[in-house]
Design a protein around this ligand. Structure first.
Ligand code: C5P
Length: 238
């Protein structure tokens, strides 16, 4: 059997139900738009566990998502969606491409969160775009964009508090959204939420606990992901 879709870190498989897909987390890690590649044992499992717990938490807080249930260590069941070609990034502190673009030092705290949009395109390297680009490229309507911005800020509030309970600072993260296949008028949160797509710094030591450990060759990549999982488990259970 062939997957319906294979991305850099996940595969999507059909199920007996045409409106339900199986999402498989791979052990592959990529950075710098696929230029840097590696495999980490247990990465798929760790990201699946973390993402499942966070999706459960977001659902409990009333955020509509694609998530249905965890199947096993590396697979979840999700509602089929048509992914929007706009990625939404929220930043609370300066890091990554923000610093590169502006020359600002990493760690500057923003007075309010920054929401930015990029085109979901490996070929183009997910370029940063503004509302006018998105309108003219017909990637989303103004109404959709307003919804994405509001949803992303709500997720930022919920997750900022949640990760603080985990002793982690939510520096920035990327979200993807999709239209439900069985009701395209509804846009829900899709993809995964894990240290692959969130910058998380230890509140006490400032240590990076996310994919920057891989991007910057800091070592102990999976040790950091495992530590994030342990803290997330405690925060959810406690
Ligand atoms: O690289 P940049 O600083 O723009 O990334 C902002 C946040 O979005 C980071 O947490 C990063 O992990 C995430 N991101 C992602 N996938 C992308 C681009 C960014 O998960 N294609």
């Amino acid at each position: 059997m062939e997957p319906l879709y294979e991305g850099k870190a996940k595969r999507l498989w059909a199920t007996e139900d045409p409106e339900v897909l199986r999402m498989e987390f791979k052990n592959d890690a990529t950075a710098f738009n696929g230029e840097k590649k590696a495999q980490f044992e247990n990465k798929g499992r760790l990201n699946n566990e973390i993402s499942t717990l966070i999706y459960g938490y977001l659902e409990k807080e009333g955020v509509p998502t694609h998530f249905i249930r965890q199947i096993d260590a590396t697979n979840v069941e999700v509602h089929k969606v048509e992914i929007l070609m706009v990625e939404v990034i929220v930043r609370n502190l300066a890091a990554g491409s923000f610093c590169k673009r502006t020359g600002v030092e990493e760690g500057m705290v923003f007075s309010q969160p920054i929401v930015e949009f990029s085109i979901k395109s490996d070929e183009l390297g997910d370029p940063l775009v503004n509302d006018d680009y998105i309108r003219e490229l017909k990637l989303a309507t103004a109404e959709d964009l307003a919804f994405l911005r509001k949803s992303a800020l709500r997720v930022n509030e919920i997750l900022g508090g949640f990760f603080a309970e985990c002793g982690l600072k939510l520096v920035d993260f990327k979200l993807e959204f999709g239209r439900l296949a069985n009701d395209p008028s509804k846009i829900v949160l899709a993809d995964e939420i894990s240290p692959d797509g969130c910058r998380l710094w230890d509140l006490k030591s400032g240590e990076k606990m996310d994919k920057d450990r891989f991007r910057r060759d800091l070592g102990d990549v999976m040790e950091a992901y495992a530590e994030v999982l342990e803290r997330v488990k405690l925060a959810v259970g406690g």
